[in-house]
Design a protein around this ligand. Structure first.
Ligand SMILES: [Zn+2]
Length: 441
């Protein structure tokens, strides 16, 4: 989920130069890998701080350092890009003194693209400026990468892009198809589609034959897209909106309990935006939560606050979902589905949920309370067994909640049922669980 609350699912690529735990999306953006790919279970088991993508920089201040390996020409381009951003926006890149989170401009020596992490990841984060002629990029490319570090994705990856551009898949090298996926829920916060954006791909990006890969609609000439001169009026407005809108989110999205009566528990609200936020109210559906009391309404940029939730008794053993909305003064209401698992220890209960997670891929979630570390997996279509990419899951440490991705090639459109059985449960007769879902195209 992005700071503006839009949900994003993408296929990342593991590349040798990305640090462990990160994958590349769209050619030049590094994001955390989550959940872990097939055959291993997600280490985040309990789902603390799930996929926090692209946190903003508090008050729009981005501390930075220049790596000693940068050439004089690269340094000059970085300074031009910074001056351009300072002239057009209220973002301030400042030389780092002792700030814990900062951007380190580097030159990785690879001839391919420049790259950046998405948003503020915490701690030092590299931003590569080795690309273009002789490893020196145009100033607009440096601006483009800094905008990734500020939390912006590519313009043509917006969810609504098909109204504005046509993707000519037959001209794109197949291994680059994932880079043309639609990912943003709203794209840039609330802003109209911008052909002139410095975040837009060029019309021949990743072409395999020299022909166009992206054609603008509405009579826009192809040459217009993909400029790397600098920020467009739309980019400037997007930066202003994103960096002046309060944005909050809940740290957790999953909760488990053995309570049989009503109870209450604390929950952390994070301010992931650039400005201080004032919490005006919490909107609940009342399915399993019946109240929420904030300890304080004021949450400073980059900070957090505690919310006390009042929960209803568990009506049955299993998962329950609740939509929680956080209303923030001057901002959009942030919504998240909050799931509770009710269980009774030490019953041998395995809960399983199966849901679409991108092309030919399902996300499986299950919970188990007898500290099993190995599970057998069986898949069927219309009652007939099908081969799975892996038939056993294992984890180093036992934990109640697990997630894993299941890629089912050639099964698009089919209804697949999955059965999962603990193999080394401490309980005798562990209960298998089943769930079914349609494999997305
Ligand atoms: Zn980019």
């Amino acid at each position: 989920m992005l700071p503006d609350g839009s949900e994003v699912r993408v296929e990342g690529q593991r590349v040798p130069w990305a640090p462990p735990g990160y994958v590349v999306i769209q050619g030049d953006i590094l994001v955390p890998q989550s959940p872990t790919p097939p055959s291993t279970l997600a280490p985040q088991g309990l789902a603390q701080d799930p996929v926090v993508w692209g946190r903003l920089w508090p008050n729009g201040v981005v501390p930075y350092v220049l790596d000693p390996g940068l050439s004089a020409d690269q340094r000059a381009r970085i300074q031009e890009a910074i001056a351009h951003i300072h002239e057009k926006t209220s973002i301030r890149l400042v030389e780092r003194s002792d700030q814990p989170d900062y951007v380190r401009f580097i030159s990785d020596g690879r001839p391919e693209s420049c790259w950046s992490y998405l948003g503020r990841i915490g701690g030092p984060q590299d931003l590569d400026v080795h690309c273009g002629q002789n490893g020196v990029p145009p100033v607009g490319t440096v601006v483009h990468e800094i905008l990734h570090a500020l939390g912006f994705l590519h313009e043509q990856s917006r969810a609504d892009r098909d109204e504005y551009v046509e993707i000519l898949w037959e001209n794109i090298q197949e291994e680059y198809w994932p880079q043309f996926a639609k990912i943003g829920g709203k794209g840039k916060l609330y802003h109209a589609y911008d052909y002139d954006s410095v975040m837009h791909y060029g019309a021949k990006a990743f072409s395999k034959n020299g022909n166009y890969t992206i054609l603008p609609k509405n009579g826009i000439p192809p040459e217009r897209i993909g400029q790397r001169q600098g920020l467009s009026p739309g980019d400037i407005e997007s930066v202003r909106l994103y960096y002046t809108t309060p944005l909050v989110r809940l740290r957790w999205w999953f909760h488990q309990t053995t309570f049989t009566g009503s109870y209450s528990f604390p929950q952390e609200v994070l301010n992931v935006g650039a400005v201080d936020a004032r919490l005006e109210g919490v909107i609940l559906e009342g399915r399993w939560l019946e109240g929420a009391t904030p300890q304080t309404a004021e949450i400073p940029a980059g900070g957090s606050a505690t919310l006390q939730f009042q929960a209803k008794p568990c009506p049955f053993l299993g998962f329950q979902a609740e939509t929680v909305g956080l209303r923030v003064q001057g901002g959009e209401t942030y919504q998240i589905t909050y799931t509770r698992a009710c269980y009774r220890y030490p019953d041998a209960l395995t809960l399983l949920r199966l849901e679409p997670a991108g092309r030919e891929t399902l996300l499986l979630t299950f919970a188990e309370w007898t500290w099993a570390k190995r599970y057998a997996l069986e898949g069927t279509v219309n009652g007939t067994l099908i081969p799975l990419p892996y038939s056993e899951l294992s984890s180093q440490r036992a934990q109640p909640l697990y997630t894993a991705l299941l890629r089912l090639e050639g099964r698009a459109g089919q209804e697949v049922c999955l059965q999962i059985t603990p193999l080394d449960s401490s309980a005798t007769n562990p209960t298998p669980a089943t769930a079914c879902a349609r494999v997305p195209e």
